[in-house]
Write a protein that binds this ligand. Structure first.
Ligand SMILES: *Cc1c(COP(=O)(O)O)cnc(C)c1O
Length: 219
């Protein structure tokens, strides 16, 4: 059904990685990360039948997506960037999934926004898997308590998310996130980007976030 050469190429690579891992293709959601790219770059993917997209800023999502959704109401929007608590209401208003739930204050703000709006986007708890000061995500040691809190607040906890350290092999970090998910009884794994999504698929990713390999490099 697709008619988009970059999408077709990525799809083929996902399918090959899934086969290698003995997984079915439909257990992996490809999130096309369209941050910084205009609607004109997104529309060909929608026209080719692709439906899952990622943005990292709430304001940019609000600028681009309402118009795109008029034509493609079944498009699903994933917010993948760090989220300020004061943006929780806007995030819940526009997103189908939020991949950066990483602290108590945000859990509280999201729960409040969900109760107020009746919308309940899937939530992924982000783990600071490489223990890097500049990155979002909760410390590994804090994950069990944060998950307990998210569940108690009735957030739809769909999985864990990570952004491993740059420029080193991501595989050990993906494997660690998968182990944490198993230990904590969480199903989803949002991991893998343009440079390493095949590795992520072989290690159990359920959601891969691919930007530059689909849209070209960001300016
Ligand atoms: C930008 C971004 C991506 C996509 O990165 P590419 O290397 O362009 O595929 C994935 N995840 C997050 C959290 C991002 O901010």
């Amino acid at each position: 059904m697709s008619e988009h050469s970059d999408l077709d190429a990525i799809e083929a690579r996902i399918a090959a990685a899934a086969t290698l891992a003995g997984r079915k293709r439909d257990t992996v959601t490809l999130i096309a990360v369209s941050k910084t790219h205009p609607a004109s770059a997104i529309e060909p993917l929608l026209a080719a039948g692709h439906r899952d997209f990622g943005e990292n800023r709430v304001q940019e999502a609000q600028e681009k997506w309402p118009a795109l959704r008029e034509h493609y109401p079944d498009a699903r929007l994933h917010l993948i960037g760090q989220l300020q608590s004061n943006k929780a209401g806007d995030a819940v208003g526009i997103a189908d999934a939020i991949h950066a739930v990483d602290r108590s204050s945000l859990i509280g703000a999201l729960a409040k926004a969900m109760d107020a709006s009746g919308r309940r986007p899937d939530c992924f708890v982000q783990v600071n898997i490489g223990d890097e000061a500049q990155k979002g995500g909760c410390a590994i040691a804090d994950l069990p308590a944060l998950l307990t809190e998210a569940r108690a607040a009735d957030l739809p906890v769909a999985g864990l998310m990570c952004l491993p350290p740059a420029d080193v092999d991501a595989a050990p970090y993906f494997a660690l996130l998968a182990k944490l998910a198993r230990d904590e009884g969480v199903e989803g794994l949002s991991m893998g980007m343009s440079a390493d999504f095949e590795t992520a698929v072989t290690l159990g990713a359920t959601h891969i976030r691919v930007g530059s390999a689909l849209f070209g490099t960001r300016g």
